[in-house]
Design a protein around this ligand. Sequence first.
Ligand code: S3P
Length: 450
Amino acid sequence: MSSNGPAQKMTARASGPLKGRADVPGDKSISHRSLILGAMAVGETRIAGLLEGDDVLDTAKAMAAFGAEVEHHGPGEWSVRGVGVGGFGEPEQVIDCGNSGTGVRLIMGAMATSPITATFTGDASLRSRPMGRITDPLGLFGARAFGRDGGRLPMTIVGASDPVPVDYVTPMASAQVKSAVLLAGLNAPGQTVVTERVATRDHTERMLRGFGAEVETERTEDGHRIVLTGQPELKPQTITVPRDPSSAAFPVCAAIVVPGSDVLVPNIGLNPTRAGLFQTLQDMGADLTFENEREEGGEPVADLRARYSPDMKGIDVPPERAASMIDEYPILSVVASFAEGATVMAGVHELRVKESDRIDAMAVGLRACGVTVDETEDSFTVHGMGPGGVPGGALAEARLDHRIAMSFLICGMAANKPVTVDDAGPIATSFPIFEQLMRDLGAQLVRSNG
Ligand code: S3P
């Protein structure tokens, strides 16, 4: 079952060549943060290019439940009239964050230092994911959490009525944990400090500065420290959300593996904390170019052009690159299946606690497609079969995970036999126009039922 109804089986067959322009939707991470920071500012924030996927729409509803006025004006155009830092009201209903770890974890952070109580839940995927990584640091501010099964949703957070600032070292490379601490720190007096050993996506820091908060980032011997001065008045902003590099990854990788393809994916956000996949593809020999490189709204942006790349070689992906491409390993493992030689992805244990256990989901599905893979707790190796060498002909389980569903559909576009995913419904969480966009490029995608 998809999160929102009956399962939607979908099949991809040998396709192409894929040609044309792929206008992918707005960045999911920046869309969530635009709504949450807009709700914590005083006055009206205007947002253009918001991702209207289920995950972000759930965050929009949540912000309204905490008291912000959230309005939809047209495609991608939204406004949020915020209630100010510390101004959240107590929601009357359970907050349902659907499939979104980013939504629930950032919102928990944002409300944890206000004297209110809120109960959170989500779909079966989100209810299985660990929340202790968020509630541990929120406890240091004085918030209390009451969850199921040692820290899973449904979970009630009782916000701190007298919050204290926190100095926290994140135990895992996680932008969600870092962001939850920073958002909680907004309503604590004094300085809240987060230290991370590996740099994760820094949209929260950049956007907080844009909204007028004082945020300093210093490099230290073992990573870097982010220092936030609490209790600022956040000033409303006009935001244009860049297009999502994690969504761009799908048409880009499809073009790389489908013979004869040439696809332009314009206006992609290329923040260095997000762009690891594109470097990796180039290291493997992909014909990928960055055109028209520029800066928009404080983020680097370029048009990506990807062409069919029959000479891809497997590589060892450096583990220190993992944070900058964490959501892209599923689609990379598909590309790796069409390369010559082994691609070794190390330092990837965080993949086990995403919307699904992504190592296991890809391992099972790729094996069913005839690809040899090896896994350990922290690594994933794909033994590439070369262009035209992947048999396909499998039914892959999406496991309520949008990126797993899209990855296997791309696999089916270049494999010898069709690949079916049991449920393409979750794709709507991050890339609601995926099916139409890929068809417009020349992909053979058919719904098998429902
Ligand atoms: C996100 C952070 C990452 C990523 C997720 C979005 C964010 O999660 O996987 O899709 O917007 O902060 P982690 O923080 O768990 O690594």
